[in-house]
Ligand binder design. Sequence first.
Ligand code: C2E
Ligand code: CA
Ligand code: CA
Ligand code: CA
Length: 275
Amino acid sequence: AKKHGKNRYFWFEPVMETELRFRGEMEGGIRHGITAGEFVPYYEQQIDLETGKLAGFEMLARWNSPTFGLVRPDVFIPIAEEIGLISPLSESLIEQALQDAKTWDPSLTLSVNISPVQLRDPWFSQRILKLLVKHNFPPQRLDIEITESCLHENVGVVRSMITSLKNQGVTISLDDFGTGYSSLAQLRSLPFDRIKIDRSFVTELKDANASAKIIRAIISLGDGLEMPITAEGIEDTNILNTLKAMGRLKGQGYLYGKPEDASSVHQRLERENLL
Ligand code: C2E
Ligand code: CA
Ligand code: CA
Ligand code: CA
């Protein structure tokens, strides 16, 4: 930084230039990385809290970039959306995940996140179903997590897409429930199979605080709608025990471990006799 205020203009310009260059490098890196196989699936355990048994994994995308290191999805997903590459990127990750999950015990499910942008594409469901056939993967083992923001899309298109996936046995979860403003409207207009309580409520959970009351209310909402619930972001045993006392839930979070790559998952399943 320059010492004198009068030079402010010259202080900002290089920063913007650096940012633009960074952005350009990210975009180029993403383009190249897709074909170079730099995008890899990581997996987070999903547990049946009542039995403590492993129920499946949620796939979380990572970018193994030679320039930027291991990049989190919050960084590259929005850019991939903007430059129109989210579909090929996501579908390549889903295809890798199907191949990984095929080697797991068939009782284990695979959850994948998709971007609301993908729901605009009327051929999305067809391509997913094609991937399932290509890899001979039982549709019943695949769960697709959709965030609330997809209600901004054309609801008719989204509904018919969801319906054609569900008709083949794929399940659909409403992700990040409780955030945003359309949660209940979303539940009413689309045929979800499961609700995922957003991490922000779970990490704040204490015996009788507001988050506890909200989680209780979501659980009874789920009971009423006959929709099972998953709690994400379980970080310690206090939270786990409070949740277990509230009802029959699935859960996931750092208490069970951080997301890990396919080979670590493989080793874990080998130890647990789940291959
Ligand atoms: P999400 O679907 O809500 O996934 C959970 C995120 O919380 C993951 O971050 C996970 O690593 C993190 N997490 C899990 N347990 C805990 C915990 O106990 N404590 C804390 N503090 N964090 C926890 P990640 O992997 O960085 O993913 C961020 C978001 O990126 C995901 O949020 C999801 O919305 C999105 N995402 C991931 N993979 C994909 C993808 O393939 N496609 C699309 N469209 N979005 C993706
Ligand atoms: Ca998710
Ligand atoms: Ca979340
Ligand atoms: Ca999310």
